[in-house]
Structures are given as C-alpha cells and as structure tokens.
Ligand binder design. Structure first.
Ligand code: TMP
Length: 202
C-alpha cells in the first residue's frame, strides 16, 4: 500500500504541476487525498517557509528550521491523515534537506541522518517520485520568474550538487523511488505518471 507519497526534484523540474494531476487521478479512483507541502503545510510551517525562502541565515539554522517545520508537519498533518486512512501527497520532504542542505550547502550527511531519525521516528514515504531534470533545462523553465526566492537565486553549481544529492539518496534506497525523466514534454511525463499509477495500490 502506498499511502505517503512525496514529490521531489530541483526548482524548475515541474513537480508541483504533476502533483496536482496525480492528486486528481487518485481522487477519481475514489481516494481521500491530502495535498501538502514543505517547508510549510501548517500555520507555523508556512511562517517558517517565509523566513526560510527570504531571510539570509547560516547552514545549520537553515537545516534546523527545515526539520522544525517538518516536525510540526508530521505531528499536525501527515501522521493524523495517515492514521485516518487517507493518502498524503507532499510536495517535498526530507530528501530535499539531503539534496539542498546536504549536497547543495555542504552539510554532513550524518548530521542530517540524525535529524531525520529524531524528527521522523519510523515514518518514511512509501514512494517518492523524483522528477529528474538537467540543470540547464530547469534554469530555462525558471527564466520567467521575476521574484526568485533565496534558493532559486543560487547558481548552476549549487543545482548540480543538489541534483547529485538526490541521485545519492536514490542510490542509497532505490526501492523507495520512481525516477521520472522530467525533461520530457508535459504529455510524456504524464504518461510516465499514468504508468506508475497503474502499478501502485493506495
Ligand atoms: P518549493 O519551491 O518546491 O516550494 O520549495 C521551496 C524551496 O525550499 C526549494 O528551493 C527547496 C527548498 N528546500 C530545502 O532547501 N530543504 C528542504 O528540506 C525543503 C523541504 C525545501
């Protein structure tokens, strides 16, 4: 059973658009679906999101605030919904902390694993859809964004590291991920998602 499904990828990979489509497809199957996001998903988490996306801060602070927002998110939203038998789709979760704070910023993987163990307890996504896209393609898609946030303002090297971080996470635990070639057209990505939907039980 795949009840907790997370959507990951670089800024510009298109995951949020695909998440909406995926949620609708599950609802058509009669599922009770909760759509949420990180950082955010709770009133406090959304306040932390504003700070995280706009306010300069050190690497440790950034990681700790991401996990603080996540602790609230798990306790207030994710765990209760799963307990009630709902399907939870989250636009990002801890893989993003490994990719962005770990690989992108250079924070030690072990530190992040400690935070993950602390905040998650035993919770892990049942399935993670990783929308993989070359940095150049993601940048082109973000080119029209006139108000880039603190992460979107980063340079190509940062995003190369973020992408490598996601790949490292996939290699560490391949059975949890479906890697989607998100450089393709919307129609082709939707076809990949349709194939995934057909194979999963929710
Ligand atoms: P979004 O643009 O997908 O809503 O995500 C907001 C930004 O936050 C995105 O650039 C990635 C970043 N982020 C992290 O750096 N670490 C995390 O743990 C999460 C959840 C997001």
């Amino acid at each position: 059973m795949k009840k907790f499904i997370t959507f990951e990828g670089m800024d510009g990979a298109g995951k949020s658009t695909h998440l909406s489509w995926f949620a609708e497809a599950l609802r058509r199957r009669g599922q009770d679906v909760v759509v949420t996001r990180e950082p955010g998903g709770t009133p406090l988490g959304e306040q932390l999101r504003e700070i995280l996306l706009r306010q300069a801060m050190g690497m440790d602070t950034e990681a700790l605030l991401m996990f603080a927002a996540r602790a609230e998110h798990i306790e207030q939203v994710i765990s209760p919904a799963l307990l009630a038998g709902k399907v939870v789709l989250s636009d990002r979760f801890s893989d993003a902390s490994f990719a962005y704070q770990g690989s992108g910023r250079g924070m030690g993987w072990e530190r992040l694993k400690q935070l993950e163990a602390w905040v998650h307890n035993d919770l892990q996504p049942d399935l993670t859809l990783f929308f993989d896209v070359p940095v150049e393609v993601a940048k082109l898609r973000l080119a029209n964004n006139t108000t880039p946030d603190r992460f979107e303002q980063e340079h190509g090297d940062f995003f190369q590291r973020v992408r490598a971080g996601y790949h490292r996470r996939v290699q560490e635990n391949p059975q949890r991920y479906a890697v989607i070639d998100a450089a393709q057209s919307l129609e082709k990505v939707t076809a990949q998602l349709t194939a995934i939907l057909a194979t999963i039980q929710t």
